[in-house]
Design a binder for this molecule. Structure first.
Ligand SMILES: [Zn+2]
Ligand SMILES: [Zn+2]
Length: 339
């Protein structure tokens, strides 16, 4: 079994544990999944010789689960957690292959941050990391100004960042950096950036960050207004939830997803393990209503680009096919969708 494959299973276990409120054990599984992606050990050989516990962070419990996964591609523990936490997905037939991501056809990530807002790396560093992963494109989507703690970008800084991205693109080969923004959806559904600034960008992600617990009817209006905005391409982490700790917004999901399908707006599966938003259940609803989805890392540092590897299982469990995921599009196909 490939490390990517095993990491996807462990990430799913971590997610299910987080839901049950076992954040401690969830973190242990996430850490091991990250280690597998980084160190790429020969799992078959280690399982055969009973040496999985020699891997960093792997105790007896995780070793037992990993052994089962490597030998049988399933585990009692995972089956039990699935049954407990999301029985409605138990009968869904997976369509997607499991990782390795790029071999599956994943071409690029369209949501990440740099040191222009609250990220920890430069545009070029993020670009090089995406290039090393074999991506064709990476969209840099730093924050808009409203939430001042993240040092968001207004029109002037966006224009300056564009010049820097053009420069970075001239230094990279094989990878194109797109310029986007992750713009806040204000309480009334308007956006935290003037239209002219949004029009100049390659991709506009509109995300709810504050006042998530609005009353559902008002929240539905707010989300509908964002979806209908002519410059919005993607709705980022559409509920704002944090499994195990923050419930996130509740609104008329079907109405908003229907409108997104109608307006060609993509709904994101934000693969940050602390978010996983949309959930596999809601992603399944969105896909069934004709929405396109995206699988993004929302990385704030180069090593967080692996979040997509840790989140790809959701699309699989939700029965979503690659032609419903924009990250499988070529760069020109993606530009057409975001036009
Ligand atoms: Zn966000
Ligand atoms: Zn973000």
């Amino acid at each position: 079994m490939s490390p990517d494959h095993a990491a996807a299973y462990l990430a799913e276990i971590a997610y299910l544990l987080r839901h049950k409120g076992d954040a401690y054990r969830a973190r242990a599984f996430t850490r091991v999944a990250g280690m597998l992606l980084r160190d790429r050990p020969d799992l078959d050989a280690l399982a055969r010789t009973g040496q999985l516990e020699r891997l960093e962070g792997v105790g007896a419990g995780i070793a037992r689960t990993l052994t089962e996964l490597v030998r049988e591609e399933r585990s009692d523990y995972l089956d039990r957690l699935r049954q407990e936490v999301s029985p409605e997905l138990a009968t869904v037939e997976p369509v997607l292959e499991i990782s390795p991501l790029v071999e599956m056809g994943y071409r690029g990530d369209i949501h990440c941050h740099t040191d222009w807002s609250d990220g920890g790396a430069t545009v070029l560093e993020m670009g090089r990391a995406a290039q090393a992963r074999g991506y064709e494109y990476l969209a840099i989507t730093d924050h808009s100004p409203r939430i001042t703690v993240v040092n968001g970008l207004g029109p002037e800084r966006l224009a300056a960042q564009r010049r820097l991205i053009d420069q970075a693109n001239s230094e990279l080969s094989g990878l194109t950096i797109l310029q986007g923004v992750e713009v806040d959806i204000n309480e009334d559904g308007s956006l935290d950036e003037p239209d002219e600034a949004l029009a100049a960008l390659d991709v506009v992600i509109a995300s709810p960050h504050v006042k998530l617990r609005m009353e559902p009817a008002a929240m539905t209006e707010r989300m509908l207004r964002a979806v209908e905005h002519p410059h919005v391409d993607v709705i980022g982490h559409p509920t704002g939830r944090r499994p195990g700790s923050r419930q996130g917004a509740s609104y008329d999901f079907e109405a908003v997803f229907r409108s997104a399908a109608e307006h060609g707006v993509v709904l994101e599966i934000d693969c940050d393990p602390a978010r996983m938003d949309l959930s596999p259940e809601l992603a399944r609803t969105a896909a069934s209503l004709g929405c396109r989805l995206s699988l993004d890392s929302d990385a704030h540092a180069p090593d967080q680009l692996i979040y997509v590897d840790l989140g790809v299982w959701t699309a699989r469990r939700a029965g979503i096919a690659s032609d419903q995921l924009v990250n499988w599009l070529t760069l020109s196909g993606l530009r057409e969708v975001f036009d």
